[in-house]
Design a protein around this ligand. Structure first.
Ligand code: C2O
Length: 548
């Protein structure tokens, strides 16, 4: 049977302040955040679910984890501690490259997604560790991570990144939101704040009748990988750890920071009464000006920062709907369950409600436009493949035909801008995520004669030799206005060349990175489906194969 919708109130996760104060100075702090197994109630009528979650202690740990509030230019130190048990709560597959400790335990490592930080604090898939740091991966260097927070203000998130286990560790609950705030930039915009500034962290999950998380453990290529599934789709849609919750709102504006933390499901969200959505930011950046849309397509790991004015609601109840097929874009259309996300219940304003002084500002942050950047000096071709066995089983996911374990391929220089031509030869849209670099799509152009090009790539593995320019002459799809900013995830459509400008430099200051980006273990880029196929790295780049 299915669970009744809209019976649990939407919670907000606990907040942790990632800075301290000394007199009127804001100062750096050290936090300790643990990973714990505990039971979590996803729904009134569902037995409690064993999960792996982040928190300052087991008692306060939540699904998703606490929201960390960091301050621009104030470094934050975090010691991530693994308190997980000997065995995983979900199935995992040892036949894909995987962190496998000798003495049990759950390998974990934390990546702060969207952040510019030293490579030793990046959460390399090979820098994993088990409980009490008993066993450590080959790239492990330190217990305490440093996040400089030198980038512009925006929305980030942290999540597990362990080799071969990222899928299972995220599914179990190892994820949370992280904000970089810069009052000089944030405050003058008068966006809704305090109780009117909320997170919506969306994640699809399926449950067994005993409440436990359900994950299909029959591999797509069972003779090769008995359990590995490249994608996960859950029937229930959870927001902030509740299945189809409701939120009581007043007739005023709300800021909603929407993160799709699903492993593979895209969401195309809209509001059932047609209420407009004003997008003010995406991923770790504001837009230069708000863009009003009626629906938002959100890839896994992508974030949209929006304002909804509930004072304009013509109805008392509003459902948030989802219309994205899974896999996206050509899979199954969502049904009555996964086609719904949550409900807003508009309550009339009372005499004691404070007036709404928030705005949707006319202008936001004027980031240097792509054309104002240093001219691109390097063009790279990034080709996403799915390798099939003769019987059509998908067994490998490659970028440029390389595996994560292969030698580093990309070594961009700090202060430069590059043009990446991302060619998607798979049948699905892929959310491209690049660690460290900020990037934006400038053009999406369809490949013609795709089969000839794909056959050539399979044989020769060289986009230039396969005459990519003669194939990239199909229709051009414009980049939506609300995605024209510095992104951490860009949606790469199948059968297209997506032109992406990558800046290896902070965009609102003249600073270059205040750390040695060339140090081991470097950075990766990858598709974020199934919470990643770690791809290739930057500076010291590992290429990729499997989805972690
Ligand atoms: Cu959001 Cu490499 O990850």
């Amino acid at each position: 049977g299915s669970l009744q919708m809209y019976v649990d109130a939407l919670p907000q996760m606990p907040k942790i302040q990632g800075y301290g104060s000394q007199g009127n100075q804001v100062v750096a702090v050290n936090l300790t955040i643990g990973m714990f197994q505990k039971n979590w109630k996803f729904h009134r009528d569902l037995p409690a679910t064993p999960v792996f979650v982040y928190g300052q202690c087991q008692d306060t740990a939540t699904f998703p984890g606490p929201t960390i509030l960091a301050r621009h230019d104030v470094p934050l130190f975090v010691t991530w501690e693994n308190h997980l048990p000997a065995a995983h709560i979900l199935p995992w597959d040892p036949t894909v490259p995987t962190a496998i400790p000798n003495n049990g335990g759950v390998p974990t490592v934390v990546h702060l997604h969207g952040s510019a930080h030293p490579p030793q604090s990046d959460g390399s898939a090979f820098a994993w560790f088990t409980a009490d740091f008993r066993e450590r991966g080959p790239a492990w260097t330190q217990t305490t991570y440093r996040y400089p927070n030198v980038q512009p203000p925006g929305n980030l998130w942290y999540h597990d990144h362990a080799l071969g286990l990222t899928r299972a560790n995220l599914l179990a609950g190892l994820l949370g939101a992280y904000l970089i705030e810069k009052p000089e930039v944030d405050t003058p915009m008068d966006l809704p704040c305090d109780d009117d500034d909320l997170h919506l962290i969306i994640a699809d999950r399926s449950f067994n009748v005993d409440g436990s998380l359900y994950m299909n453990s029959t591999g797509v290529a069972p003779s090769i990988h008995p359990q590995w599934q490249p994608e996960y789709f859950g029937e229930a849609i959870t927001v902030n750890g509740k299945a189809w919750p409701f939120l009581a709102v007043h007739r005023r504006r709300y800021r909603l920071r929407i993160l799709n933390a699903s492993n593979a499901r895209y969401f195309n969200v809209s509001l059932s009464n047609g209420l407009p959505i004003h997008v003010v930011g995406s991923d770790a950046s504001y837009l230069s000006a708000p863009v009003t849309v009626s629906n938002l397509l959100i890839a896994p790991a992508e974030i949209f920062d929006v304002v909804v004015d509930f004072s304009q609601s013509p109805t008392a109840e509003i459902e948030m709907l989802n219309s994205a097929p899974y896999p996206f874009p050509t899979g199954t259309a969502p049904g009555p369950l996964n086609g719904k996300v949550m409900k807003f219940v508009v309550t009339p304003n009372g005499p004691r409600d404070p007036p709404d002084n928030s705005t949707v500002p006319d202008h936001e942050v004027p980031y240097a436009s792509v054309t104002a950047l240093p001219p691109t000096t390097t063009t790279r071709y990034i080709v996403m493949y799915e390798y099939l066995t003769p019987s059509g089983q998908s067994t490998h996911l490659y970028i440029n035909g390389l595996r994560l374990e292969d030698p580093v391929t990309e070594t961009p220089k700090s202060g430069t801008t590059e043009l990446w031509q991302v060619i998607n030869l798979t049948g699905d849209n892929h959310p491209l995520h690049i660690h460290l670099g900020m990037f934006q799509a400038v053009k999406m152009q369809q490949l013609i004669d795709l089969q000839t090009f794909t056959d050539c790539m399979t044989a020769v593995n060289d986009a230039v030799k396969c005459n990519v320019d003669q194939h990239a002459v199909g229709p051009i799809v414009p980049v939506p206005d609300h995605e024209k900013t510095w992104k951490n995830v860009v949606k790469v459509p199948p059968g297209f060349v997506t032109s992406v400008v990558v800046a290896f430099k902070l965009v609102d200051t003249n600073q270059t990175y205040p750390f040695d980006t060339t140090a081991e273990p470097g950075y990766v880029y990858h598709c974020h489906v199934s919470a990643m196929s770690p791809a290739t790295l930057l500076y010291i780049l590992y290429p990729i194969s499997y989805w972690l």
